[in-house]
Ligand binder design. Structure first.
Ligand code: ARG
Length: 483
């Protein structure tokens, strides 16, 4: 709504001076509400800056949105009429915060969460889930057609290792246990320990993965079980967090689609064989993209490139976002350059983010005796529950409310800081009922809702005197900056 006023003033000045190039700024540091740099205008119109200022002063102070103007350091500073501006905001607010419907909506693909099967859902995947889901809501609200994709990590050489470990040291009963993922993770750790002394294990794992890529039935069956059991845990987590996806097309989905992509690249003469491996040069400043190892196995990047082209051909997106931690920066740089090299100019963005820290150290789920992220969430919820019962022992549906508050606290703690910074997972601070916390925001929101329930906004007499106050007027301005 500030735009309305800016345009109004711009037109007024342009007409008066017969000059179009008027710039109206919003000064960052609270001195005036708006400011117009006068140097260029004075130069281009060949008019003395002081007399220019005097003319504009007379002109602008006649406008109802302006109370007064001041001249400082070459700028004409404008102070808005707080009453008129607040009135404008209140008049428009009812209509302008509705869902935006656009005639030809743009399509955006958001790739988020994307955990790895046979491993626990990590705290980093939680961040991706929270940030990705928020972006999904924001873009939907803005009228985009949003496609949410979970690019499950369910393919790659590590599954050769998993299968070898399972065949050596596992047995079918572990797939029936109530914590299959921990069992599989243990097998994976054991593989790495044993392979320090037994070099054959690595070779065996490579061969198994190659056989898996070629469709070996026995290995495939086993892999399917790993996946099914892992998904059970992941889906439980998504249910708790109330997060949904349009597609669960993980890396394995692209297994039979990579050859075609590699053939195309090859026929365009873009790839070459280097030391037996298939690579694409990406220019001087970055390492070449490795798309096939010398033993013929494909890579994470090969699958991401195939997925990118598949998504483009299937959903015709205008924009694609990958919500993945800082540590994969290089991977997405390569992916973007690679797609450019084969002739596409995608609007592709890596939505990176920082680590989750506990006591200043990178958090791993093993810390604090938690084996699983799910346990941390449950613990958070029960901490809220205790706090609530302490304050009010007779409260009803305490578990349901505690869950809303606990999960809200985790989400808010993630989103309140700048995305690329590391965040602290400090339960005590996160759960405080005052300050910058989820519980406080929810509390405020409940209070506001109950006020709104009790009043009819249509025939409310608003005490605009309130908005003369700096703090409240600042709030009005913040609100009015949203579309
Ligand atoms: N599974 C990957 C990991 O945990 C994240 C995948 C992100 N998405 C993608 N298209 N690469 O590191």
């Amino acid at each position: 709504m500030l735009e309305i006023v800016k345009n109004n003033l711009k037109t007024l000045i342009s007409k008066n001076l017969n000059y179009d190039n008027i710039i109206i700024e919003e000064p960052k540091k609270g001195y005036a509400d708006l400011a117009i740099p006068l140097f260029n205008i004075s130069k281009n119109l060949n008019k003395d800056i002081n007399s220019l200022y005097n003319d504009l002063n007379t002109l602008l102070t006649k406008n109802k949105y302006v109370t007064n103007v001041e001249f400082l350091n070459g700028f004409l500073n404008i102070f808005l009429d707080r009453f008129e501006y607040s009135l404008l905001v209140f008049k428009n607010i009812k209509n302008s915060y509705k869902q935006i419907n656009i005639k030809n909506p743009q399509t955006i693909v958001i790739d988020y969460s994307s955990p790895n099967i046979a491993k626990h859902f990590s705290i980093g995947h939680l961040r991706s889930t929270i940030i990705g889901n928020s972006l999904k809501k924001i873009y939907s609200f803005l009228g985009y057609k949003v496609i949410g994709i979970n690019h499950l990590g369910d393919w790659g050489t590590q599954f050769g290792k998993m299968i070898v470990a399972y065949n050596h040291w596992g047995n079918p009963s572990i797939l029936e246990s109530n914590d299959v993922i921990s069992q599989l993770q243990n097998l994976y750790v054991r593989f790495h320990e044993e392979s320090k002394n037994d070099l054959n294990l690595e070779t065996e794992a490579r061969e198994v993965f190659l056989a898996l890529e070629k469709g070996d039935k026995v290995y495939h069956k086993l892999w399917e079980l790993f996946k099914e059991k892992s998904l059970e845990e992941f889906l439980q987590m998504y249910k708790t967090l109330n997060v949904e996806f349009d597609y669960f097309t993980g890396e394995s989905f692209f297994n039979d689609k990579m050859d075609k992509v590699l053939d195309d690249i090859n026929s365009k003469g873009l790839s070459k064989i280097d030391d037996g491996a298939l690579i694409v040069d990406l220019g001087e400043n970055i390492a070449p993209a490795l798309l096939k190892k010398s033993d013929g196995a494909t890579l994470y990047l090969t699958r991401d490139l195939t997925a990118l082209l598949y998504r483009y051909n299937t959903y015709h997106f205008n924009k694609i976002l990958y919500v993945v931690g800082n540590e994969q920066k290089f991977h997405f740089e390569q992916l973007k350059l690679l797609s450019k090299k084969i002739g596409y100019d995608f609007d592709l963005e890596h939505i990176n983010f920082g680590l989750v820290l506990i006591d200043g150290k990178k958090m791993s789920t093993r810390q604090g005796g938690f084996a699983k992220l799910d346990d941390i969430i449950k613990y958070t919820i029960s901490a809220v529950e205790n706090q609530m019962l302490e304050k009010n022992p007779n409260i009803s549906n305490v578990t349901e409310i505690a869950s809303t508050i606990g999960i809200g606290a985790i989400i808010f703690n993630d989103l309140k800081n700048e995305r690329i910074l590391d965040i602290d997972f400090d339960l005590e601070n996160m759960l405080k009922f005052e300050g910058q916390t989820g519980p406080y925001i929810q509390y405020t929101s409940v209070r506001i809702s109950s006020i709104l329930k009790n009043y009819d906004l249509n025939d409310l007499t608003i005490d605009f005197e309130l908005y003369m106050d700096d703090l409240y007027f600042e709030l009005i301005k913040v609100i009015s900056r949203y579309d």
